[in-house]
Design a binder for this molecule. Structure first.
Ligand code: AMP
Ligand code: TRP
Length: 331
């Protein structure tokens, strides 16, 4: 049976990185087959960080182009921008009125992000971020929410809020489930292979970006941190760098890690890194080209997004109407 899928990604960098792709976006592409998938560029969530209007605009468009280039088909899925569907704000407010201050205050992503800039400079929107995320999900009556491990707590909160609402005000929302890949989902920084690959990494050298040139990405892989040994073997504790490269190779080439270990037995790290670089570069080359092509015709790209928003709004407005009615608001 076709399942309703919902996920979102923030347009907060010029390029998605390989961790975003292997940890999340690859599943988005897979899940659009045979399901009813809604994929949202969560631009309103991006307002909880530093706002640079020119950059934000560019990144929203670039995110859309990359998602399509990575395989999200606007014919198979509903691809849209959050701010185009005002129902996100409408249900977001309802979720804020259902959530307790205490439970919102326990969100580790809020604690981490607000601690970084000093608690006093954190914006209110950063605090209410998970309630907007709950609205994103519940509006579409999603069965599954494909996300990385770091989003588990937000999905739990979403389930709690939906259950509370349904219990108190009557059946309104489907209780969604997280869809979290168990292994291979986490990609680490090439320079510091015990930290996850992240756009907020201290150095760009550890992050493989989809929109980077093939030469730049090949160079990053060839200068990835490894250990002093010689054996290409998956051992996350003793060999985090090599293990990370094995994970990346396997995920993109479709080969098994054990087979790769055999293939590179007796060869040095240099050969192995060269092979990983080639796999990554050839995988990303057509994707980057397609994204750049889409970005050249901005009007057409925005048309695709508006069409997605129209489809999304049909579902979202029905959910808002039902929740308003159950709350006793006069329609
Ligand atoms: P972010 O851009 O960090 O908000 O992440 C967007 C999506 O990519 C989320 O679903 C994350 O869980 C996932 N993600 C980000 N970084 C990684 C990583 N290094 N490995 C696996 N998944 C990741
Ligand atoms: N908070 C998510 C992240 O940082 C992004 C997001 C916003 C999201 N709304 C969502 C993810 C709804 C899944 C469903 O990755």
């Amino acid at each position: 049976m076709a399942k309703r899928i919902l996920s979102g990604i923030q347009p907060t960098s010029d390029s998605f990185h390989l961790g975003n792709y292997l940890g999340a976006l690859k599943q988005w592409v897979e899940l659009q087959e045979g399901n009813d998938a809604f994929y949202c560029i969560v631009d309103l969530h991006a307002l909880t960080g530093e706002i640079d209007p020119a950059l934000l605009r560019k990144r929203i468009l670039s995110s859309a182009a990359q998602l399509i280039a990575l395989g999200i088909s606007p014919d198979k899925s509903t691809l849209f921008v959050q701010s185009h569907v005002a129902e996100h704000n409408q249900l977001g407010w309802i979720m804020e009125c259902i959530a307790g201050f205490g439970e919102a205050n326990r969100m580790t992503q809020f604690k981490d992000k607000s601690a970084k800039g000093g608690a006093d400079s954190a914006r209110v929107g950063l605090f209410t971020y998970p309630m907007l995320q709950a609205a994103d999900i519940l509006l579409y009556q999603a069965h599954y929410v494909p996300v990385g491990e770091d989003q588990r707590q937000h999905i739990e909160l979403t389930r709690d809020l939906a259950t509370r609402f349904n219990t108190r005000f009557g059946e309104t929302f489907r209780i969604p489930e997280g869809y979290i890949l168990k292994s291979g989902a986490k990609i680490y920084d090439l320079q510091e292979p015990t930290n996850k690959m992240s756009k907020s990494s201290g150095s760009a050298a550890g992050v493989l970006e989809i929109m980077d040139t093939p030469e730049a990405n090949a160079k990053k892989i060839k200068s990835a941190t490894t250990d002093a040994g010689r054996e290409v073997k998956f051992d996350e504790k003793e060999k985090p760098g090599i293990s990370n490269l094995l994970t990346i190779h396997a995920a993109l080439s479709g080969k098994k890690i054990g087979d790769l270990e055999n293939e590179f037995a007796g060869k040095g790290y240099g050969d192995f890194k060269g092979a990983v670089a080639e796999v990554v570069v050839e995988y990303l080359r057509p994707i980057r080209a397609r994204a750049n092509e889409l970005l050249e015709d901005e009007r057409h790209l925005v048309q695709i997004l508006h069409a997605g928003a129209d489809k999304a709004r049909t579902v979202a407005s029905a959910t808002v109407a039902q929740s308003y009615k159950n709350l006793g608001l006069v329609l």
